[in-house]
Design a protein around this ligand. Structure first.
Ligand SMILES: [Zn+2]
Length: 854
């Protein structure tokens, strides 16, 4: 372990230090006099002493504010102001606080609080942005009703809730539902709306709008349909009805996150809402549908019931990610959704959980809450909700959720409250289950089996490796979904959920006529690493016969990992067993095309690096790259007769539709095109590029052309065609980096930063270039350290402009200890260079410290 500059513990905030607020807020009146460099915010807030608090210390958060005046019950006062907030002498009785502050939205490049994006005003307050708007108890357990007046010379002036009055240059809004300040929102701009409406199950008509810049009005229809589908789904599946007369969505170009669930006024990164067939891919459409659903579902899980403090972030995020994944499973393919979710979990969350940034789903301390919007809180948090549902059953889950909404509506609550509704509904003790929220790290589950006198026994052991700050782990409750197949491939035991609670536990299956083949952890029933000693013949058997689509693909993936491991470490040749099994699935017309495309995909280089590391090897990025290329080439050659046929058979005729059916055909055809391009010198790819009338077809073909060195003309033509569309140009930036050979990745990224359209202040553009660099495993981990150096240079430049995005992107270095000594030294040098930068932001300082020390 290397000791750098350890984070002083005093900066840390601990869950165990929670105390209730000294004062509660009854109502908030805000007036905004908008001006790019000098917006005035006048607040009038009714405070009452909190009967549940012994303290009468009055503190309001406030950062980057200029206080013009303040008054208590109409009397001017002079509070003590620091760069974190203010304190003042106040009555031990209800009182009215008034303040006027000045802020500068134009220069707010951090994109927290009120800022400007292309001439429009917008806000981002989660987690702690509201304190950059005015002085306020900016914590989620202070809930209040807001009344807002906006004055400004822009045609559209929006805030939360319902509009109450408006005139020339002003508008007033009232939100009747008490909310924490992180859900406050304001938008002002020259915007156009795509209107629609939805009638709720009790017959109330809700007006719906998507607000965009004038040129984007033709890209709203899909998002609107997704919104209406989400509203209906939440009524049908969770019994949740929308509760205002109006629901607004606004698209913003400069945005740190994907989207934000502000009450009645969702604000979206434009990449997560705008879509047309010409400019968005099938994957974009699916993601937009899921994000619109996610933010909408927050209206109940997050807004009506919110978090007591930010340690409980998973309470709203884990549950809402789980809900949006259920939604996508229902409206698209359940199997494909589950496989994609687990691929994402393993690529991002497992990496986090097995490195220096590992933390529990509910962390117990933090320096900057911005740094905990992580895959662990979101995706592992959703897995935990899924396990809970698996353990208690579907009916009890629904009853527990009904009780949750009934008992806690209008409250700011904790994970303990959440689990209590399940205990009260089912009578179960969830004390041990709570460890999923408090223990970091990915449990390892090992399994052995025996068969005697018709009884088959599975012996499981569980173990979770130490993580930073948590050396000793307790056994978890692990739901293990298991099915058994006989040697003919028929299922002799349908899926049962075994409940493992001890460090070692055995489960028996009686009355079997022959030794079965087990299919373990079906549908990925728990977020664990399954260590199973299975030979590749059995994997190929399960790949062909397992009735659980997740495990069918998983067996193929495990087989591919093992084949690649032997290629990387022993110089083995591609195993024909794998190539045959893959060919069988690819040509099986009974299977869903999207599922076949997933089987066709190989494990990522990142996944292979982690696998090798876990097995005691030092991963060599160049050798990993070479092996994956050799295997994909061997696949292409083995399939050379099938590929043109499959490509042709899955061309979609007629007008474009982003639905799962046609999208599945396109993804399979484009997977075939990717292999075919290795054999036909990109002839088919060029033809597809020339004929493409939608972005999915155009960009798939362009990717092949670029990767195989035929892309110079097409890349320029693509730019000329789309230079007016910033979201398409983001793709153009990203794919040039993604589709390079490893020795060209850094030079390509470097050259793109000199392009006239590169703008580091726009998070989407910055991520397009540097996200693509960080995810290009062999390119980023170039042996001479040029990838590390380029990324560090730009993170140092970005930090004073946008600390949140910098801190998030520094996670590219989190696996630095996995590699050889030379690469480790190069990465450590870059991390130390970032750490030693003068005036480094708190966000970035915390992350670099944790990565270096963990
Ligand atoms: Zn969310």
């Amino acid at each position: 372990m290397t000791k750098g500059h350890p984070m002083p513990d005093s900066q840390k905030i601990y869950l165990s230090d929670y105390t209730p607020p000294a004062y509660l807020v009854e109502s908030v009146h805000l007036t905004f006099k908008l001006s790019p460099n000098a917006t005035r915010v006048i607040s009038k807030i009714r405070f009452v002493p909190n009967p549940d608090s012994a303290s009468r210390d009055f503190f309001l958060h406030g950062e980057h504010l200029t206080l013009i005046r303040a008054a208590i019950d109409g009397q001017e006062c002079s509070p003590a102001v620091t760069d974190k907030g203010l304190t003042a002498q106040v009555p031990d009785a209800p009182f009215t606080w008034e303040a006027e502050v000045e802020i500068n939205p134009q220069d707010n490049t951090a994109l927290e609080g009120l800022y400007m994006s292309n001439g429009m005003y917008c806000t981002q307050c989660e987690a702690e942005g509201f304190r950059r708007i005015t002085y306020y108890p900016d914590r989620p357990d202070v809930m209040a009703t807001f009344t807002v007046r906006i004055e400004g010379d822009l045609p559209v002036l929006l805030s939360n809730g319902n509009p109450t009055d408006s005139g020339d240059g002003w508008a007033e809004w009232h939100d009747p539902w008490p909310k924490p300040s992180y859900l406050f929102a304001l938008v002002a701009g020259d915007l156009r709306n795509h209107p629609d409406s939805f009638t709720t199950k009790s017959g109330r008509k809700v007006d719906l709008n998507i607000w965009v810049r004038p040129g984007d009005i033709d890209k709203c229809a899909f998002g609107m349909e997704a919104l209406k589908k989400s509203m209906k789904w939440d009524e049908d599946v969770y019994g949740r009805e929308y509760d205002l007369d109006l629901f607004n969505i606004v698209a913003v170009d400069d945005f740190n996150m994907g989207a934000m669930e502000n009450k009645g006024l969702n604000i979206f990164n434009s990449s997560c809402v705008l879509a047309s067939p010409e400019t968005a891919t099938d994957a974009n459409f699916e993601r937009i549908e899921a994000i619109i659903a996610h933010e909408y579902f927050h209206n109940w899980t997050g807004n009506r019931i919110t978090c007591r403090d930010w340690f409980q972030l998973c309470l709203k995020e884990g549950l809402t990610v789980y809900r949006d994944s259920q939604f996508t499973s229902d409206v698209r393919s359940r199997a494909v959704k589950r496989i994609s979710d687990v691929d994402g979990l393993r690529a991002v969350q497992f990496r986090e959980d097995n490195g220096p940034l590992a933390h529990p789903v509910r962390p117990d301390s933090f320096v900057e809450i911005n740094n905990f919007y992580t895959a662990t809180v979101y995706e592992k948090g959703a897995e935990v909700v899924g396990m809970l549902k698996r353990l208690v059953g579907d009916d009890a889950y629904r009853r527990a959720l009904d009780l949750y909404f009934k008992r806690h509506d209008g409250q700011a609550v904790t994970i303990e409250d959440w689990l209590k509704v399940f205990e009260d509904t089912t009578g179960r003790d969830l004390g041990q289950f709570m460890r999923w929220y408090s223990q970091a790290g990915t449990p390892r589950l090992t399994v052995a089996d025996d068969f005697k006198d018709g009884t088959y026994t599975l012996h499981f052991k569980q173990h979770t490796p130490p993580t930073p700050g948590q050396d000793v782990k307790q056994p978890q409750v692990i739901p293990i979904a298991v099915g058994l197949l006989n040697p003919n491939g028929d299922e002799v035991q349908e899926t049962v959920v075994l409940e493992m609670t001890k460090p070692e536990q055995s489960f028996e299956f009686k009355g079997l006529s022959s030794r079965p083949v087990p299919s373990i952890l079906r549908e990925f029933s728990a977020p664990v690493i399954l260590e199973q000693d299975v030979d590749n013949k059995t994997r190929a058997f399960l790949m062909a016969h397992d009735s659980d689509p997740f495990n069918r693909r998983e067996s193929g993936n495990a087989l591919a990992r093992d084949v690649l491991r032997r290629m990387i470490t022993d110089g083995a040749a591609p195993d024909p067993l794998y190539l045959e099994a893959k060919a069988k699935i690819l040509t099986d017309k009974a299977l869903d095309p999207a599922f076949r495309a997933l089987v066709l995909s190989q494990p990522t280089q990142e996944e292979l690096a982690q696998m090798l590391f876990d097995a005691g090897h030092t991963p060599d990025p160049d050798a990993i790259f070479k092996a994956t290329q050799t295997l994909v080439q061997a696949s292409a050659e083995r399939l050379h007769q099938d590929l043109p046929r499959i490509y042709a058979a899955h061309q979609v005729k007629g007008p474009y539709s982003p639905d799962a059916g046609p999208a599945g055909h396109r993804v399979l055809a484009n997977s075939a095109l990717w292999l075919l391009s290795r054999l036909d010198d990109c002839k088919q790819a060029q033809a597809q590029y020339d004929a493409a009338d939608n972005m999915t077809q155009q960009i798939s073909a362009l990717g092949c052309l670029q990767y195989f060195g035929h892309g110079t003309d097409a890349t320029q033509a693509f730019y000329d065609q789309w230079r007016h569309d910033r979201l398409v140009i983001d793709k153009w930036f990203a794919m040039q980096v993604s589709n390079t050979r490893p020795d060209q990745t850094v030079a390509t990224a470097q050259a793109l930063t000199e392009h006239a359209d590169f703008d580091m202040k726009n998070p989407n553009r910055f991520r397009a270039v540097f996200g693509a660099l960080a995810w290009h495993h062999a390119g980023f981990h170039r042996a001479d350290g040029a990838g590390y150096r380029l990324l560090a240079d730009w993170l140092i430049k970005l930090d004073p402009v946008n600390p949140q995005t910098t801190a998030r992107m520094i996670t590219a270095f989190q696996s630095w200890r996995r590699y050889d000594e030379e690469r480790q030294a190069l990465m450590r040098a870059e991390l130390e260079r970032i750490r030693d930068t003068p005036d480094l932001s708190g966000d970035t300082a915390e992350m670099v410290g944790r990565i270096l020390e963990g």
